[in-house]
Design a protein around this ligand. Structure first.
Ligand code: SF4
Length: 370
């Protein structure tokens, strides 16, 4: 698989720069074939959905990293791939100095307890035929050296820790509310003393009133267990509340990475700006929203040059022809765009940043080339 070196938005250091790296991914790719076998032989080649395409990122100990982007941008696939729930088709994943990229399931087993996943919808992730106590006891049997009595005590303690009555261990998942099931999911994730948790939209299936309680529980648990957390959400307000840094994904690529407050106060990529403009705020008018035309392009055949050019309100001729190199606003802040972009709302574009001037000469309108 070809490695795409044009999309290296390595992690910004930011507020967590002094911490040890926990997980490093480099040029990570996850392509899904869509026409294998006979179909591929008829058309002469195999086509792929490029769900994750050349993403580089470093996560540090105890950091909370938010991933945001439209549905289908690849954020969940990125999370599943870096947990090795999906096998990467290119690039590398290094966890505490161990290369996990090519390890078999058996070889990955020692790492499984350290790296956990909180699912979006606990109704589908909790086995409906097993009582809660049995569901929570299973990871203890697999990963911790406890006898039966200690396991029962641990199950009661875990339920209590996530705010549930220990008596609930006798119930089945369908007897619990959505919020209670998500608490069980969190208890299961922390039962094996992990160091790293990925939470994939853990509040999106819940009532609004319950969402804040679950967020609060996740932040408490993170503090208590010194966890590194990747929090996936389409809701930027949630990410502002819970994360240290944010990565913005578009069509399989990480298009901007920065400390959370920088993303909110000084977003550079036009896509990030459009996402932020859609966040409801008191006093914000409709005219302040940046509307993107059309749907995200087909990830089987992504646009040439900058992948965002088919929807970008600032796209220019060069954008379709030349892939952007990462523009470095600071050591903490990088984005994939040819232009600095101080004020999208008036359509103003600054000067070229990530592309050689001769590549753009003659393609940027004069009133924008300053
Ligand atoms: Fe928009 Fe061009 Fe920047 Fe891409 S490179 S985000 S199309 S201005």
């Amino acid at each position: 698989m070809n490695v795409n070196h044009d999309h290296d938005l390595s992690a910004a250091d930011g507020a967590v720069s002094d911490a040890e790296p926990l997980l490093e991914i480099s040029e990570l790719e996850k392509y899904f074939p869509v026409n294998e076998g006979l179909l591929a032989s008829i058309v002469g080649e195999t086509h792929h959905v490029k769900a994750v395409d050349g993403v580089s990122l470093t996560l540090t100990e105890r950091e909370t990293f938010g991933l945001v982007g439209e549905s289908g941008c690849g954020k969940s696939t990125l999370a599943r791939t870096l947990l090795r729930l999906e096998k990467p088709t290119g690039g590398s994943i290094t966890y505490r100095g161990h290369d996990l990229t090519e390890l078999s399931n058996r070889a990955l087993r020692p790492f499984r307890s350290e790296i956990q996943f909180i699912h979006q919808d606990p109704s589908s992730s909790l086995n409906p035929r097993k009582r809660i106590g049995k569901i929570l006891r299973r990871p203890l049997e697999l990963h911790r050296d406890l006898d039966k009595e200690e396991q029962d005590a641990e199950v009661r303690s875990l339920l209590d820790r996530v705010g549930l009555d220990p008596g609930m261990r006798h119930r089945y998942p369908h007897e619990l509310s959505g919020g209670q099931k998500q608490r069980v999911e969190i208890a299961r994730a922390v039962s094996v003393n992990p160091t790293f948790i990925v939470a994939d939209e853990p509040t999106s299936a819940l009532d609004v009133t319950v969402q804040a309680q679950i967020l609060e529980l996740i932040t408490e648990i993170q503090d208590e267990y010194d966890l590194t957390l990747v929090f996936i959400s389409h809701d930027l307000r949630t990410l502002r509340y819970i994360t240290d840094r944010v990565g913005v994904m578009y069509l399989g690529e990480m298009v901007e990475v920065a400390p959370t407050e920088t993303i909110f106060e000084n977003p550079k990529h036009p896509y990030t700006q459009s996402l932020l403009s859609a966040v409801p705020e008191i006093g914000k008018g409709e005219s302040e929203k940046i509307r993107l035309e059309g749907q995200p392009p087909d990830p089987i055949n992504p646009p040439s040059g900058c992948r965002f050019h088919t929807r970008c309100p600032l796209a220019q001729e060069a954008c379709a022809a030349v892939k952007p190199e990462p523009a470095v606003e600071s050591s903490e802040h990088q984005y994939l765009c040819h232009f600095t972009n101080p004020n999208t709302r008036t359509g103003t574009v600054g000067g070229p940043t990530g592309v050689a001037p001769d590549q753009l000469r003659g393609t940027v309108p004069e009133d924008r080339d300053d």
